[in-house]
Design a binder for this molecule. Structure first.
Ligand SMILES: *Cc1c(COP(=O)(O)O)cnc(C)c1O
Length: 413
């Protein structure tokens, strides 16, 4: 980055510092990952210079000879990887992808049903501060109070009573497999559009570690930068009958020109995700999460649902007598980065909730194994028991850095 270094040393230095942070820390935020060097390279290209409003073969400006090919490759790879009829790779991220689903199927004031945010759902599934809760009538479903899992009978009851036009399945903080077929049956019963949001688990779906919603859902949205390990972006997959409505909702309803450098990087990531190595990666993510969960349980942590089926773990700190925020801050100081998170039926406020959310996509990308997961759990145990002890946090931070130096992350080595 010689030019950047000379021309803008401030930004250059900060990028280098962030690079070092990503190398030196154990990154457990389940929505984050490391892309490959190839994905980074595609992102930083001249494709950012080109406008291409419209779709391949139907653009508004000339000079699309190359961009049309790139976008077509991205869409074809997405279709074949997920088994979908149609793909749109233009949405700028996961939230805009979800917004396009609303614009494709609903009018303002229509009723939408999604997993409540404090129960692990996403803002865009009808939460009140999001466009989705402000523009549409939201009738959220929550988890079962005893099992803290999805309760399909309860979801069916709400759907029958409220008759939503759109039902979302998908979550940002749910450690168990989602039964998309059950959601699809409920949506059919009440005549709702069924949208599955696999932002967090797309990589697990591709790797065969989670049920694929594509055969059951009218439309599937995802981010491309979480377990899928691509650049920051979004993808929409749908049945052929909805292709026109989805494409129109993305452009011209919501967006102008797509980010072509991102589209190219998505194509690269999708190629990587179709390799046998990626299957191994996805299964390793889940294996690591299970080992981390079992070790935390043995250390006396209370895990929501008692474990995990996927890449994600939700710790309820209530039994330890702490809240999530100060523990997350202390862990960060010790080199272990995660986030405070609400747990189902949380008695505390969202800004300082009772839980911690962890995930294994990033540590798996850098090749950490079972022993490292056990070590991470041991460090977490130490921090939680003495989280204001600065010298303890300093000691662990050094040990974390040493461990990390043995596992150079992809894209950064
Ligand atoms: C991350 C996430 C999104 C939104 O993605 P952004 O790219 O942050 O807009 C949407 N849905 C779910 C379930 C997510 O976890």
């Amino acid at each position: 980055m010689e030019h950047l270094k000379n021309q803008d040393p401030d930004i250059y230095r900060l990028i280098k510092e962030e690079e070092k942070r990503q190398i030196d820390k154990i990154r457990l935020i389940p929505s984050e990952n490391y892309t490959s060097k190839a994905v980074l390279e595609a992102t930083g290209t001249v494709l950012t210079n080109k406008y291409s409003e419209g779709y391949a073969g139907k653009r508004y400006y000339e000079g699309q000879q190359i961009i049309d090919q790139i976008e077509t490759i991205a869409n074809d790879r997405a279709k074949s990887l997920f088994g979908a009829d149609h793909a749109n790779s233009q949405t700028l991220s996961g939230s805009p992808a979800n917004m396009a689903v609303y614009y494709a199927f609903l009018e303002a004031g229509d009723t939408v049903m999604g997993q409540s945010l404090p129960h692990g759902g996403h803002l865009t599934h009808g939460w009140k501060v999001s466009f989705s809760g402000r523009t549409y009538q939201s009738v959220p479903y929550i988890l079962n109070e005893k099992t803290r899992r999805l309760d399909y009978d309860q979801i069916r009851d709400i759907a029958k009573k409220e008759r939503p036009k759109l039902i979302w399945a998908g979550a940002s903080a749910y450690p168990r497999e989602i039964d998309f077929k059950a959601f699809s049956d409920i949506a059919k019963e009440v005549g709702a559009v069924f949208a599955a949001d696999i932002a967090h688990i797309a990589g697990l779906v591709v790797g065969g570690e989670h049920q694929n919603p594509v055969p059951y859902a009218d439309v599937v949205t995802t981010t491309t930068h979480k377990t899928l390990r691509g650049p920051r972006g979004g993808l929409i997959l749908c049945r052929e009958e909805h292709a026109k409505a989805i494409d129109r909702a993305v452009f011209p309803t919501l967006q102008g020109g797509p980010h072509n450098h991102t589209t190219a990087a998505i194509a690269v990531a999708l190629k990587e995700a179709s390799s046998p190595d990626f299957k191994t990666y996805a299964s390793q993510i889940v294996k690591k999460a299970k080992v981390l969960a079992e070790t935390l349980l043995a250390d006396g942590f209370d895990l929501v649902t008692g474990g995990t089926d996927n890449h994600l773990i939700l710790i309820d700190l209530t039994n330890k007598g702490f809240s999530g925020r100060p523990i997350a801050k202390a862990l960060d100081q010790a080199g272990i980065v995660c986030n405070a998170n609400s747990v189902p039926f949380d008695q505390r406020k969202p800004f300082d909730p009772s839980g911690l959310r962890l995930g294994t996509p990033a540590v798996t990308s850098r090749g950490m194994k079972e022993n490292e997961m056990k070590q991470i759990a041991a460090w977490m145990h130490e921090v939680v028991n003495d989280y204001t002890n600065e010298s303890l946090l300093g000691r662990i931070e050094k040990e974390v850095r040493d461990l990390c130096s043995q596992f150079p992350p992809p894209g950064l080595s």
